[in-house]
Design a binder for this molecule. Sequence first.
Ligand SMILES: Cc1ncc(COP(=O)(O)O)c(CNc2cccc(C(=O)O)c2)c1O
Length: 397
Amino acid sequence: MSRNQSLIELTEKYGARNYHPLPIVISKAEGVWVEDADGNKYMDMLSAYSALNHGHRHPRLIAALKEQADKVTLTSRAFHNDQLGLFYEKVAQLTGKEMILPMNTGAEAVETALKAARRWAYDVKKVPENQAEIIVCENNFHGRTITAVSLSSSDEYKRGFGPLTPGFKIIPYGDVEALKAAITPNTAAFLVEPIQGEAGVIVPPEGYLREAYQVCKEHNVLFIADEIQTGFGRTGQLFACDWEDVRPDLYVMGKALGGGVMPISAVAGDKEVMGVFEPGSHGSTFGGNPLACAVSVAALDVLVEENLPQRSRELGEYFMAELKKIHNPIIKEIRGKGLFIGMELFEPARPHCERLAEEGLLCKETHENTIRFAPPLTITQEELDWALAKIRKVMSV
Ligand SMILES: Cc1ncc(COP(=O)(O)O)c(CNc2cccc(C(=O)O)c2)c1O
């Protein structure tokens, strides 16, 4: 039995069945390349759902990890640490926001934003207690906690997890009129992904974010952008909201914020909103830990110094143009921005992902019929051409 197979059997012996992974056992990785337990090499075109914008084990991030690990890794927030303030400053500079709250996972950051929005509604907007409403979009993905799935439109995320958290309204994505119609005097916020990732890389109509933001401002409703998957260069801008010059009231960040090395997430906003938290009202054991903060500061420096958003925009335009030249009647649509691309098929995508894996290219289907191509933003032109050759081989007829 191969080492890959024995490790898969171990995983299947003890593991809860909350994932259905491809039978690839990754044991080493660098840049865009990963290697399985039997020494087979693959290109990673998934980037851990856009957590690996910097590629695997970026040397500057590993160096920051090792340097900090030799000093202190965790202090709890009962005390200060010498990395948190530097992290706050870096995130404040990038977002233009006054106040940051650090957490660990994307779902925790979403929960943080929801709590901030509700408390702002009661304390600032004077919405009657327990009457705050938050508007979200169909086919959203904001995490796996009970509240994050409570605002989902997908039964598979919610089944058997009730009773669900109340106070959410679901409207069609990309529809500004639906947003206007859903707003009431009790509306606290509109939570939206600038591009819907798990729904299948759904890009909203041009101007949607700008118009939705304006509607929110006109009705004193917070515009909250979930940039966990679209942030940090993925779509060809620092944040996807930058494509329409929208500065959300709250940025919800995660994944690549930690450079694919450490889990770290955060919410950034101005004091009017983020000032609603007082000591004891929110937090997390690992939130703001010095190890994650040190790695994140290095990741944000690399993001800027290596022009990752610009690379994503330029290489993504090239990649998209080449993909659109592939002729195959099963291809329904190719869409996306930067190196965040979905190839929607008229049939299930998984068999094609399995064939691409046989060719050495790792990608994953999203919502059954869409292949998501999201390589690290550090990918070179040569590596992208290598991937295109594999995709043409598998997807052309
Ligand atoms: C837009 C968005 N918001 C929130 C989350 C939740 O982040 P965390 O996973 O760090 O709690 C995501 C996560 N995105 C995502 C994409 C694909 C699979 C999975 C998975 O839970 O296995 C998650 C996301 O894509």
